[in-house]
Design a protein around this ligand. Structure first.
Ligand code: GLU
Length: 278
């Protein structure tokens, strides 16, 4: 275990933990002092029974973590403070998916340009004032104002897993093209995944973020938000994804792969470690 390294495992209680989560949690636990964080801002999809199952399954795997556990649904004031800080760089957006598709004039859904924050927003609402925000609006970051405020032409980070000797860089133009004006607060949520993760990693003093490769592109958003909020950028380690026999990435709906089903069938924690190559 690395000396002062602080890592985290941050599941959303929207389903049962599967082998991929076990891999992620064990990766975090072997690289540092590991915190558990419950990412439950999506109140419609998160369920208390899944949260209980997370605690039980991780304990069964032999993991332990500091209490109390941080829960994102308790952190809305911290997200509000971050949004206020970013207010000069943000705007309210009332566009729904259909409006965005029409503005992008894409012939079909499959040809819509999308990145780690969903559809690349064409900027229809960019000139709107935050004071005119309606209750059904989302809040977006204006990338131009953000990059201007930082005086930066690019955003980069290093990854301990992927090409560890090189910076991964997005220029301002690539950020526009591949990501767009990021959502800072979703409708009725008071935050977005990206904003909450950045605020919470900073609050928990995380020095190494370990997580799946599927979130690699999101890291550019997180590094940009860290710069804007003036919080440290942790080290990153994006790890391989655990796939099913057909090579498909495991999802929470794959209940057959849930840790507790293996356990019910008599598997031990050592069996699980072996199955995921730990
Ligand atoms: N809550 C996210 C998930 O369950 C993980 C977030 C992260 O590691 O940054 O996929």
């Amino acid at each position: 275990m690395a000396g002062g390294t602080v890592t985290r495992f941050a599941p959303s209680p929207t389903g049962l933990l599967h082998l991929g989560h076990a891999f992620s949690a064990l990766t975090a636990a072997t690289h540092g002092r590991f915190h558990l964080r419950i990412e439950d801002i999506d109140r419609e999809r998160c369920k208390p029974e899944y949260e209980t199952a997370i605690f039980e399954d991780l304990a069964w795997l032999g993991l332990d973590w500091p209490r109390p556990v941080m829960r994102q649904s308790d952190r809305l004031p911290a997200y509000r403070a971050a949004l206020e800080r970013l207010a000069p760089l943000s705007y309210p957006c009332r566009c729904r998916r259909g409006d965005i598709r029409a503005a992008l004039s894409a012939p079909q859904e499959s040809s819509l340009p999308a990145g780690p924050d969903g559809l690349i927003y064409p900027g229809t609402c960019r000139r709107r004032d935050l004071r005119d925000a309606g209750p059904d609006d989302v809040i977006r970051l204006d990338l131009d104002r953000a990059f201007d405020a930082l005086g930066l032409g690019k955003i980069g980070f290093r990854d301990k897993g992927i090409m560890p000797d090189q910076d991964h860089v997005l220029t301002r133009a690539q950020f526009h093209e591949g990501i767009g004006d990021v959502i800072l607060a979703r409708r009725g949520m008071g935050t977005s995944y990206h904003l909450a993760v950045v605020v919470d990693d900073a609050a928990q003093g995380i020095t190494l973020v370990t997580r799946g490769k599927d979130l690699f592109d999101s890291t550019f958003i997180h590094v940009l938000l860290q710069r804007l909020l003036d919080v440290p950028t942790p080290a990153y380690l994006h790890h391989r994804l655990i796939r099913d026999d057909a090579g498909k990435r495991l999802a929470k709906r794959d209940d057959a792969r849930a840790l507790r089903h293996y356990r019910e069938e008599g598997a031990t924690p050592a069996d699980i470690r072996r199955m995921i190559g730990f």
